[in-house]
Design a protein around this ligand. Structure first.
Ligand SMILES: Cc1cc2nc3c(=O)[nH]c(=O)nc-3n(C[C@H](O)[C@H](O)[C@H](O)COP(=O)(O)OP(=O)(O)OC[C@H]3O[C@@H](n4cnc5c(N)ncnc54)[C@H](O)[C@@H]3O)c2cc1C
Length: 419
């Protein structure tokens, strides 16, 4: 099969799908067609193994600004994707250590920056935390609490359904079970993709292959620094009285755990990405030695749990929610953060191939899907980002251009951030 597309998106995760919808909407029916090429099925990758939380707090002011816009997009997705997605707005409580002055200083700076961006994020008194959590949470004098009331909770199966419906509504060609294997070039651009289902010609190519990107593009001399950080996600069955309806999402940086109420009586939890530069460097060294590459995500072993891991999580639940007692384990799985060296996205045009664009998430990107789609569509159809007040230079692949990640780490060593 040989086919010609205006734009081919590699990867049918939430980011690839969002790019396809936005580009096709701009093109209309007459100016060209968009295809998503997905080696498994739509949403099979990390896009079906996340917590579906949409929040704006971020250490990068530009990322926070984009998340704030994305939150509005999620609330009214129809103009962008042609479908709406149900959402709840439980807000989120952030819990941080207050034993050292430096931590409290960096959280205060974060609060100030977010407020300057117009994001509602403010310190909360202990008694307010108790009220908001309906006394479910344990508070400790050496902790501080911040509250972001506009945080949304989506539901991952509903996002997947919306992606499938939107693909049909927007008349995207979705080629599933189709593996991109190689590329052809003309001049400075990619002209065609070789896949397990034949050759496809493309005027524009979007790399939304997430954790697989490094391996896929290494063959044509592009170095895309994405590694995998494994993380266990678990569900516990609890009493609806112990985790009351409307309880905010808990981002507990003292216990290193995100907790959220899901579908009534499930407490869903997982650890956050590590912000430690040494852990990040180690994740990159593990990725290099992993014979499965990113396909480890699809390994059935990802659905096993060890007693040690479970005990670790049970401890965190019982520590933060003392009323629950020992909760009932109700399933879990390993997922993987697709991290970059600085934990920031890779977004925007390539520096060598003129028709290649990146839309990669860095372990935190579901929330950005609709705005990333619009940004990439701006680049392809308008030649630059026209979305007001958005500048994506900070997220360019060019920041890794010396091609030596260890030097990059040394140079950036320990510009660590709270979020
Ligand atoms: C436990 C956990 C919780 C999370 N919670 C949140 C959250 O609450 N909020 C949030 O915003 N983010 C969250 N994230 C992050 C979020 O899951 C990811 O950032 C997001 O899903 C990435 O989407 P993607 O489309 O880039 O990648 P993916 O969904 O992985 O999509 C990439 C796709 O490319 C396909 N592909 C790869 N190679 C090829 C090829 N050669 N040919 C064709 N197709 C190919 C893959 O099969 C895959 O489907 C969480 C992550 C984890 C691990």
């Amino acid at each position: 099969m040989n086919k010609h597309y205006h734009t081919v998106v590699i990867g049918g995760g939430c980011l690839g799908a969002a790019c396809a919808f936005s580009v096709q909407r701009r093109l209309g029916n007459k100016r060209g067609k968009v295809a998503i090429i997905e080696k498994k099925v739509l949403g099979a990758g990390l896009s079906s193994r996340h917590s579906a939380i949409v929040r704006s707090a971020n250490a990068s002011p530009m990322a926070a600004r984009m998340a704030k816009i994305a939150t509005q997009y999620w609330k009214n997705l129809k103009p962008l994707w042609g479908v709406n997605i149900p959402y709840e707005q439980p807000g989120a409580i952030w819990i941080a250590d207050n034993t050292t002055g430096s931590d409290s200083e960096s959280w205060a700076t974060l609060e100030q920056m977010l407020q300057q961006e117009g994001i509602d994020f403010a310190m909360l008194a202990h008694r307010d935390v108790m009220d908001l959590s309906r006394q479910a949470l344990k508070t400790v004098p050496d902790e501080m609490y911040y509250y972001e009331p506009d945080v949304l909770q989506l539901d991952s199966p509903q996002i997947l359904n919306a992606m499938q419906t939107a693909a049909k509504k927007n008349r995207i060609d979705v080629l599933e079970h189709c593996d991109v294997i190689d590329f052809e070039f003309t001049g400075q651009g990619i002209s065609a993709l070789h896949t397990s289902q034949g050759k496809f010609f493309a005027e524009h190519v979007i790399n939304a292959a997430g954790a697989w990107s490094g391996e896929l593009f290494a063959g044509i001399g592009l170095s895309i620094p994405v590694a995998l950080e494994p993380v266990y996600a678990a569900n516990f069955l609890v009493s609806v009285d112990d985790i009351p309806k409307g309880m905010p999402i808990i981002a507990d940086y003292v216990n290193q755990a995100y907790f959220r109420r899901w579908r009534g009586s499930i407490l869903h939890m997982h650890q956050p990405r590590s912000r430690n530069v040494k852990d990040i460097a180690r994740a990159f060294s593990r990725t290099a030695m992993n014979p499965e590459g990113a396909n480890v995500i699809y390994d059935a072993l990802s659905f096993n749990v060890t007693h040690q891991q479970l005990d670790n999580y049970l401890g965190k639940v019982m520590n933060r929610f003392p009323k629950i007692g020992k909760p009932v384990y109700a399933g879990g799985y390993y997922s993987f953060f697709d991290i970059t060296p600085d934990l920031k996205f890779i977004l925007g045009a390539d520096t060598q191939f003129t028709n290649l664009y990146y839309c990669l998430g860095a372990g935190q990107a579901l929330k950005y899907a609709p705005i990333f789609g619009e940004i990439i569509a701006d680049l392809i159809t308008e030649g630059g980002v026209i979305l007001n007040s958005i500048d994506i230079d900070e997220f360019s692949i060019a920041r890794f251009s010396n091609n030596d990640i260890s030097r990059y780490w040394q140079a950036n060593a320990l510009k660590q951030s709270s979020l």
